[in-house]
Design a protein around this ligand. Structure first.
Ligand code: SF4
Length: 265
């Protein structure tokens, strides 16, 4: 990374921090320069051998939602188009589940189709439903900021989508039949993007992509999974970081693991 790139990145970090108003969240225990230095060090140590598991620091008390396994999902959809453009068009007019009746926009994806990393969240929220884009608003900005610290920019090397393409009313949790009906879109997206790595943020995407229904996120974190041969890291949803700022460091540790895997690929 050049000095000018570092400066631009630092300026962006500061702007995003100010917009978020969550100074202590982003750089918990670290100054901006320390965070950037650590990110740079992680990139330099990339090619270095096997990845050390990140510490599992999540609370384990909360019951984990049960999510259908993707591989065995009763599709409920016709054969999906083979091309990306046709797949997107099919999703944008999809009425396969009840959520089509309450959505404003289908939220298919954001980022670049030749991405190195695919980030998979849960479902659109109010801002996403209104704009048609995933991960906008404070949680999206925080995600962008944290990805930037490991050199991954949404507009350059990241593709972002959700398990569900339509917003559950009132931001309720996705229901199992909704996940089963919609997940073939996600499966095809990942197949067509063919990323180097996957990052599942939150319990629903973590359980779906690992096929480990009912397993708490704290147990999915701290190890490198495989989804059809693609390395997969599970971590917190950025919205959870806004509610629980002390989890931000653990999220960042997970990003370090992710970055090391990608640099070693
Ligand atoms: S959530 Fe998925 S399956 Fe349901 S209507 Fe939207 S795109 Fe179709």
């Amino acid at each position: 990374m050049s000095r000018s790139t570092s400066a631009a990145q630092a300026a962006r970090l500061l702007r995003q921090r100010a917009e978020l108003g969550e100074h202590e969240i982003v750089l918990e225990g670290l100054t901006r320069n320390q965070a950037l230095a650590l990110a740079a060090a992680a990139r330099k140590s990339a090619a270095a051998g096997p990845v050390a598991p990140a510490p599992a620091t999540a609370k384990r008390g909360a019951p984990a939602p049960r999510v259908p396994a993707m591989a065995g999902a009763p599709v409920g959809l016709p054969v999906l188009p083979a091309s990306y453009g046709e797949l997107r068009e099919a999703a944008l007019v999809c009425t396969r589940c009840r959520l089509s009746g309450t959505r404003t926009h289908v939220v298919f994806s954001d980022g670049v189709p030749d991405a190195r990393l695919v980030v998979v969240g849960e479902a659109p929220g109010a801002n996403e439903d209104a704009t048609g884009l995933p991960f906008v608003g404070a949680a999206g900005k925080l995600l962008d900021l944290l990805l930037q610290t490991v050199g991954l920019a949404r507009e350059e090397s990241v593709y972002i989508c959700n398990v569900l393409k339509c917003r559950p009313p009132g931001n309720r949790n996705p229901l199992p039949d909704e996940i089963e009906t919609c997940s073939p879109f996600l499966e095809k997206q990942i197949e067509l993007i063919a990323p180097e790595a996957l990052l599942a943020v939150g319990s629903f995407s973590g359980q779906l992509l690992t096929g480990r229904q009912g397993v708490a996120l704290g147990q999915l974190r701290g190890q490198v999974h495989s989804y059809k041969g693609v390395p997969l890291i599970c971590t917190y949803h950025p919205a959870a970081l806004l509610r629980n700022p002390r989890w931000t460091r653990a999220f960042w540790d997970d990003l370090q693991t992710l970055r090391s895997i990608m640099d070693g690929a």
